[in-house]
Design a protein around this ligand. Sequence first.
Ligand code: SAT
Ligand code: MN
Length: 593
Amino acid sequence: MVIAKERATANRHLLDWVDEMARLCTPDQVYWCDGSEEERRRLTDEAVAAGVLIPLNDEKRPGSYYSRSNPNDVARTEELTFICTPTKEGAGRTNNWMAPDEAYRRLGEIFRGAMKGRTMYVIPYLMGVPESPFAMIGVELTDSVYVVLNMRIMARIGNVALERLGSSDRFNRGLHSVADCDPARRFICHFPQDDTIWSVGSGYGGNALLGKKCLSLRIASYHARGQGWLAEHMMLLEAETPQGEKHYIAGAFPSASGKTNLAMIVPPPAFKGWTMRTIGDDIAWMRVGADGRLYAANPEAGFFGVAPGTNYHTNPTAMKMVEHDTIFTNVALTPDMDIWWEGMDPPEGELVDWRGRPWTPGAKEPAAHPNSRFTAPMENNPALSREAQDPNGVPISAILFGGRRSTTIPLVVESFNWTHGVYLGATAGAETTAAITGAVGRIRRDPMAMLAFIGYDAGDYFAHWLAMFGRMKRPPKIFLVNWFRKDGDGRYLWPGYGENMRVLQWIIDRCEGRASAMETPIGLVPRIGDLDLRGFDGKTANVERALRVDEDEWRRELEEHRKWLDQLGDRVPEPLRLQHRLLASSLEALGPR
Ligand code: SAT
Ligand code: MN
């Protein structure tokens, strides 16, 4: 085994751990990433030579590459994801649990010799900007050059992280190998008490880019609870009004519910003078500032977005963002080596699909995998907020909880208070999508869009959310939103996309105390006249239906909430159970209509 001659650090904790992991995985060589541009070029060339990346048409899409995954490895695998706390109770009822020693032993057997003939890349990385009190340091060891090239877009890697680490032993230890990419030998294990992640058998984003879901959500949420802050699955958006006031909005949505689109929203023409800018599209770390407000920062440095459905109408910003220097995974290829996916204008002629097979328009199966992705650096986003790099984060005015629901949930509901807001987040649900493997189209409860990412017991997580209220002097308002309600014929009642601006405006006006709302048994809902519908070309009757609180639907919904809270066990905090009873009994008190 050859250990790289120039070790980039004198940090003994790091060197010893890398040696130990190299002895386990026996790579042919160990390579320390420095994060430089020269290194990016060199590793990209190596990836191209190895067939891992295919260069795209340099005139149409400069600096961009294409990658196809193993067809068995296209999404996060929640059933193979484990929280390995010392006790099963520590992981709670919503996580898979494996005892730490068993996990180290079982995965250790798979890791043993897994990097033979390969390179072990050492990726020191930072989540957050270097000067930020939010920043967290991780080191990922991986045998995948695809992972290295994606991590260098999604995080700040190399010397910048080593400098910040210095001689400390406080860094997350991540070990990753694609090994033989066998789903029967695929595990994503988190050891919060050891600040360690072991992931084996998958090269897919959320399973393999360890800085993302594994560190910034599962491990971070565990630390956040102990330290009094929140690590959340939220996009972050800056809204500047025509008067020049700025509001920052955080929004939790399950994967593939339009979160990236919302983070890059372009207001309709009637909203002259409004400017919307992106801060983040997936993860928010939130701490209470000295002024008692909640400050949020995006720890990532890039965007790992779902490609299908993205086009110049639904998300022009993302389309511009991916015009250059982007890695595409599992989309389709055009004859002139550009990319294509469902939702773009129909292609001319034959394509090559995500599995490398010829594909003609009208074919039964999609050309791009429904969970195909683009990985683009933050600076590519033409609507990026300057505050995206603010070390202290931005003060949040409103928190949104959303999900894809074709019935029941109104376009927008403001919570009566913080506890009710936490309840709305805790009971939020969504129809399932392609970002996770499993059935598509069934409703699953996804509290704060964090079901797959809470690194401990969900009841304790809700209690932590409730406790955060006491730390704030000016807490954000909490809203439930649903862009996806349908009529009886399955047509959307609300046009969504840029038109969501009308809802955001109402939300901002509520935060400023200048818009009215109607009290309903389940929360505060705008009347049709409370929304600014200037220039709206949809039917107002449909908007009224999208806003409606249907008591029968809500009786059924609340019954589902009860079952859900029962399922979570007795660590669900009493205020949330009481909140449930209050809502259910208020609805009953109205009597039959
Ligand atoms: O599937 S990933 O975790 O890689 C991305 C996402 O779901 O947001
Ligand atoms: Mn996500």
